[in-house]
Design a binder for this molecule. Structure first.
Ligand SMILES: Cc1ncc(COP(=O)(O)O)c(C=O)c1O
Length: 429
């Protein structure tokens, strides 16, 4: 493969025009970097600036009246995001809401969905889970008066393997399901890039009486999802990775409608089996400002909102979701499968110095590949520094993994080719 051949592939890409809709970070000489780090922080949609400016202008011009009279009124601001989030997660509109940030939402979901009852008090997560998820779960167990050392189960890959097949989760539940109250699993694992069959995990969890919750940090905007059809109980996500909504942007939450449909609107029984922690923004909009002591829940997952949302952290997400709607998540996925497949092929030649640990089957991964660098952490760090010096942005996960994500909205074959070629050069030093 040569640069012109990779460029020819880009020329044939029907989605290539979307790259120009994003700000490209630059090297000191002004040339664009090769940005392959959308799994950590997505690029800025150019349209975000105008949307934020609009809110600042409305704030300056209208002050408090902006709540009702801004170009996009602030009181129902989260409604601007619902359709786009529902499309990306495969949910009904009443099942998704933009609010808070991922870890906060995870705590709110654990408050509603985790209850220790008799022998059923354990939570199943993956070994090597993202630290914040593990902290949320262990602290939640402790808060509920349950010893995390006894109640947290971390399912590890088999000896010598990097990934966990769904069959291992099923087998674990088969044996220990009666002690497990809740399964929390990533839709795409942050370190390995492995994508999971959520319907299969939810089915296994439900078969054994467990709640099935999912962390979508690395899957939303990366893969199409069908949370409703998968029968997930809840899911949480952030919007600064593949959703390109900017650092610390507003997160989101899914609660399956079977948990909300039959609820009494005035009770704090939010879901099975727990309670819903409430605030005024979860109160039905119609009567929220009457400030009455009685809570009347908004329909669906909107009832889990606590506070009025940060408009400035939500505005860029409107820009990004608009781009997703134009491009279409299915078309993006088709390009992503081809592009990540192309990158995997280029990287194969670098074995055994570099080894992709992400599964090879497209159904078992999104756009990210995780590349193990042989020779120990110092060598890996050296390689990473070499990539950075050459304007190639990827990232590092200890002890020996480079994560690289060709994002179909703004990356192309030449980016993937340049990364693989440069990595090859660096590994030969
Ligand atoms: C898998 C996963 N879970 C949780 C988080 C924490 O997100 P937040 O800081 O938005 O709570 C991240 C952040 O990168 C993540 O990748």
């Amino acid at each position: 493969m040569s640069a012109p051949a990779a460029r020819a592939l880009d020329a044939g890409d029907p989605l290539r025009g979307f790259r120009a809709r994003f700000a490209q970070p630059t090297r000191p000489d002004g040339e664009p970097k090769v940005y392959l780090c959308g799994h950590s922080l997505g690029l800025m949609p150019l349209a975000a600036r105008a949307l934020i400016t609009q809110e600042l202008d409305d704030w300056a011009r209208l002050a408090v009246d902006g709540h009702e009279h801004a170009h996009r009124p602030w009181i129902p601001y989260h409604d601007n995001l619902t359709a786009g989030l529902a499309a990306l997660t495969g949910a009904a509109a009443g099942e998704v809401v933009a609010m808070n940030s991922l870890t906060v939402n995870l705590h709110l979901m654990l408050a509603s969905f985790y209850r220790a009852k008799g022998a059923r008090r354990r939570i199943l997560i993956e070994a090597g889970a993202f630290s914040s998820d593990r902290h949320a779960v262990t602290s939640h167990l402790a808060w509920a008066g349950v010893d995390p050392a006894e109640a947290l189960i971390e399912l590890a890959p088999a000896a010598g393997a990097d990934t966990v097949p769904e069959s291992a989760i099923e087998a674990h539940l088969e044996q220990h399901g009666a002690q497990i109250a809740l399964v929390l699993w990533p839709a795409v694992q942050y370190r390995t890039g492995q994508a999971f069959d959520l319907a299969r995990i939810a089915r296994a969890a439900h078969r054994h009486g467990c709640v099935a919750g999912f962390d979508l940090a690395h899957s939303i905007g990366n893969l199409p999802m069908s949370l409703h059809a998968a029968d997930a109980d809840f899911a949480v996500w952030c919007s600064y990775k593949y959703l390109n909504a900017g650092p610390g942007a507003i997160g989101g939450c899914f609660v399956h409608q079977r948990h909300t449909e039959s609820l009494q609107r005035t009770a704090h029984t939010g879901a099975i089996p727990g309670a819903r922690l409430a605030g005024w923004w979860g109160h039905e909009e119609r009567s929220r400002f009457l400030m009455e002591p009685q809570f009347n829940a908004a329909p669906g997952v909107a009832a889990w909102q606590l506070s009025n949302p940060s408009v400035l952290s939500a505005a860029p997400l409107i820009a990004s979701l608009g781009i997703f709607q134009e491009a279409g998540i299915e078309r993006l996925r088709a390009k992503s499968i081809a592009l990540t497949g192309f990158l995997a092929e280029q990287l194969q030649r670098l074995a055994p110095h570099a080894q992709v640990i992400t599964p090879g089957l497209p159904a078992q991964r999104g756009c990210q590949l995780s590349v193990r660098i042989a020779g120990g952490p110092a060598r890996g760090r050296d390689v990473l520094a070499g990539l950075a010096e050459r304007g190639i942005v990827v990232d590092w996960r200890a002890p020996d993994i480079i994560r690289v994500a060709p994002v179909p909205l703004y990356n192309g074959y030449e980016d993937a080719w340049q990364f693989a070629r440069t990595l090859g050069e660096l590994l030969q030093r």
